[in-house]
Design a protein around this ligand. Structure first.
Ligand code: ATP
Ligand code: MG
Length: 569
C-alpha cells in the first residue's frame, strides 16, 4: 500500500490488525450498498472511495449491492443511474453485482429458522401500539401480548402472511430479543412487514412480505462473504442487532460492522429525501442539475472523477462528525482542471473592437498552445480579423495604473496575438461605450510584451468567426451554510444560484466541442460543454469553478487580480 497516496485511517488499522491475526485468512471483502431510491451524492462518493479503495489496496473485492427492500420508493431508473455513477467514478465490481432481493428466498428461510428456534414471532400490534409498547430512551418497553405464541402458530401465521391472507399493517414478524434492552433497536425489532400491491423492480409481484433493512443487511453481507461491513455512524446503535442476527442464524460467516462519519458539505443538503424534494418540486432542474451535490450533477457541472476521488482522499475517514467547506471540493476541481483542461478564449460581455489599420476581408491564422505547461496537448488555431470582441470589463476609459487592461489611449496585448492601442471610444446617445477604435502593431506578434509598453494581456475572439454560446454560472444552492438546521431547508435556497449569460462568444476552435468536454476559459474560469442542452450552433457551457477561490479570506477583490498575466495558464 502506498501511504503517500492513501492516508491511513482507523478502518485500515483494523483491517491491518485482522490480517496480521489471520482473520478471514487475511481476505478483505467490502461492499457498497446503496438503496435505489435516488441518485448518488458526494457523500456516497466518500463511501464508494472507501469501500472500493480498500478492496483495491488490499487486493480484495468490493461488491455493488443494491439494498432494495422497499419497493415503494425504489426503481430501475435509480439502479441504472447508480451503476453509471460508480463506474464513472472509476470503480468496477466485475461480476459482483448483487441485489438484496436476490436473497429474498434465503432471508425468508432464515426468518423461518428464527421462528423455529423460538426467536421470532408474529405480532398483531398496530404501528401505533408497537410504538407505544416500545418504551422510550428512559423507560423500558413492554412485551407484546403476541410474544408468547407457539412456534407452530408463528410458522402458520408467517406462512399465511406470505400467502397474502392479511392486509398491510395487520401483522409483522418480530425478532424476540429483549423489550427491556437499553438499546431500543433490540426491543423486538420488526424483521418482516406486509406490503401489498408493490411491483418490485427485481422480483415483480412475487412477494407481499418484505424483510427490514436491519435483518437484510447483515445476512446479505454474510452470504456474500463480506469481511468488513463499513457504514455510517447512524448505524452504530444497530450494530448489536447486526451481530444478534448473525449469531442466531446459520450463516456462513460473521462480517464486522465498522462505522465512520458521514460527509456533510456546507451550503448544501445531503439526504436523498431532501434532494428528492428539490427535484420533485422543481426547485432544481432534475437530479443532474449542475447545482446538485449529486454525482450526476457534479459530472454535468464539469467535475472530473479524479477530482472527486482526490476530495475523498483529502477529507479522510474518521468517526468525528463534521461539515466540510465547499471550497475543499472546488480546490480539488481547480487543481485537476488546471492540469487537464485545454485553454480557450471566451468573451462573456462582448465589446466590439475595430482594428482600423487591419485590412478588411482578411483573416489571419495564429497558433496557440492548448496548455501552457503540457505540450503534449498540442495547439489550436486562432483566427484574427479586423473586428474582434473583448470583454467590457477589460476596458475603461480611465483607470489607475493597476488596471492592467485596456484604457483609452493605452496599449494591451490580445492574448496569443498582437498588441493593440485604443485610439477612440464610440458611445451611443446615452453615453454607453459601444465600440472601440483601435490600431495594432504588426511587429508585436512574437515580441516581448514589455517592449511595446503593454499594461497587460486580455482575451478576445474574432467577431466574424466566433461561436455563439450561453454560459451558465452557478453559485451555492443554499444561502446558508447549514440549510438543514431547521425544517424549512427549502426556504434557504439561494435565488441567485444560477445566472445565465447569453450573447457570449467562444473562439472558433470550439465550434466542434464535444458535450462534456472541459476547458479553461482564460482569465474566466473552468467550463464544460453541457451534455443535455448544448447544440452545435448554440453551445451551452456550465461553469465548473472559478479560476480561484474568490471567497477565500485572505483574498481581496482587486481588479488587478483579474490581470491576464497571472490568470492565464
Ligand atoms: P441518505 O441519507 O442520503 O438518503 P442513505 O444512507 O440512506 O443516504 P444509502 O443508499 O443507504 O443512502 O447509502 C449507501 C451507502 O452510502 C451506505 O453505506 C451509507 O452509509 C453511505 N452514505 C450515505 N450517505 C453518506 C454520506 N453523507 N457520507 C458517507 N457515506 C454515506
Ligand atoms: Mg439508507
Amino acid at each position: 500500500m502506498d501511504d503517500s497516496t492513501t492516508p491511513t485511517n482507523f478502518i485500515r488499522a483494523i483491517i491491518d490488525a485482522d490480517r496480521a491475526a489471520g482473520k478471514h485468512q487475511g481476505r478483505v471483502a467490502t461492499r457498497f450498498p446503496p438503496e435505489p431510491n435516488g441518485y448518488l451524492h458526494i457523500g456516497h462518493a466518500k463511501s464508494i472511495c472507501l469501500n472500493f479503495g480498500i478492496a483495491e489496496d488490499y487486493a480484495g473485492t468490493c461488491n455493488l449491492r443494491f439494498d432494495d427492500t422497499n419497493p415503494h420508493k425504489e426503481n430501475q431508473q435509480y439502479v441504472e443511474a447508480i451503476e453509471e455513477d460508480v463506474r464513472w467514478l472509476g470503480y468496477d465490481w466485475d461480476d459482483r453485482l448483487f441485489f438484496a432481493s436476490d436473497y429474498f428466498h434465503q432471508l425468508h428461510g432464515f426468518a423461518v429458522e428464527l421462528i423455529e428456534s423460538g426467536k421470532a414471532y408474529v405480532c398483531e400490534l398496530t404501528l401505533e401500539e408497537t410504538r407505544d409498547y416500545r418504551g422510550t430512551l428512559t423507560e423500558p418497553g413492554r412485551d407484546s401480548p403476541y410474544r408468547g405464541r407457539s412456534v407452530n402458530e408463528n410458522l402458520d401465521l408467517f406462512a399465511r402472511m406470505r400467502a397474502g391472507e392479511f392486509p398491510d399493517g395487520s401483522k409483522t414478524l418480530r425478532a424476540k430479543i429483549d423489550m427491556a434492552s437499553p438499546n431500543i433497536n433490540m426491543r423486538d425489532p420488526v424483521i418482516y412487514r406486509i406490503k401489498h400491491g408493490a411491483i418490485h423492480h427485481q422480483t415483480g409481484e412475487e412477494w407481499c412480505i418484505y424483510p427490514m433493512y436491519d435483518f437484510t443487511h447483515p445476512i446479505s453481507d454474510a452470504l456474500e462473504g463480506i469481511t468488513h461491513s463499513l457504514c455510517t455512524l447512524e448505524f452504530e446503535d444497530h450494530r448489536p442487532l447486526y451481530d444478534w442476527t448473525l449469531d442466531n442464524i446459520s450463516t456462513p460467516c460473521h462480517p464486522q460492522q465498522i462505522e465512520f462519519s458521514r460527509l456533510n458539505l456546507k451550503y448544501t443538503v445531503m439526504s436523498k429525501r431532501k434532494l428528492t424534494q428539490l427535484v420533485d418540486e422543481g426547485h432544481v432542474d432534475g437530479w443532474d442539475d449542475p447545482r446538485m451535490p449529486t454525482i450526476a450533477g457534479l459530472r454535468r457541472r464539469g467535475y472530473t472523477p479524479e477530482s472527486i476521488r482526490e476530495f475523498c482522499r483529502r477529507i479522510g475517514i474518521t468517526k468525528a462528525d463534521n461539515t466540510v467547506e465547499m471550497g475543499v471540493l472546488e480546490t480539488c476541481a481547480r487543481e485537476d482542471l488546471d492540469r487537464s483542461a485545454p485553454r480557450a478564449m471566451a468573451v462573456l460581455r462582448p465589446l466590439k473592437v475595430i482594428i482600423e489599420n487591419y485590412p478588411a476581408n482578411v483573416t489571419e491564422e495564429l497558433t496557440a498552445a492548448r496548455h501552457p505547461k503540457d505540450p503534449s496537448m498540442g495547439s489550436r488555431t486562432l483566427i484574427l480579423e479586423r473586428e474582434v470582441l473583448i470583454d467590457r470589463e477589460d476596458f475603461r476609459e480611465e483607470a489607475p495604473r493597476k488596471f492592467k487592461r485596456l484604457v483609452a489611449g493605452g496599449n494591451v496585448r490580445l492574448r496569443n496575438a498582437y498588441v493593440i492601442r485604443c485610439e477612440r471610444v464610440i458611445k451611443d446617445a446615452d453615453g454607453e461605450v459601444i465600440e472601440l477604435r483601435c490600431s495594432y502593431y504588426p511587429d508585436t506578434l512574437e515580441a516581448d510584451p514589455e517592449s511595446a509598453k503593454v499594461r497587460g494581456v486580455i482575451h478576445w475572439v474574432p467577431a466574424g468567426h466566433a461561436v455563439a454560446a450561453e454560459l451558465r454560472l452557478y453559485d451555492r444552492l443554499f444561502r446558508e451554510p447549514y440549510p438543514d438546521a431547521d425544517k424549512d431547508f427549502k426556504g434557504r435556497l439561494n435565488p441567485d444560484s444560477l445566472r445565465v449569460l447569453t450573447g457570449c462568444y467562444v473562439e472558433p476552435s470550439l465550434a466542434q466541442a464535444e458535450p462534456g468536454s472541459r476547458y479553461q476559459f482564460e482569465r474566466e474560469g473552468y467550463y464544460c460543454v453541457d451534455t443535455v442542452e448544448s447544440q452545435p450552433d448554440r453551445l451551452v457551457f456550465n461553469r465548473t469553478v472559478t479560476l480561484r477561490d474568490s471567497r477565500a479570506k485572505m483574498q481581496t477583490r482587486q481588479p488587478a487580480q483579474l490581470d491576464g498575466s497571472t490568470a492565464v495558464g
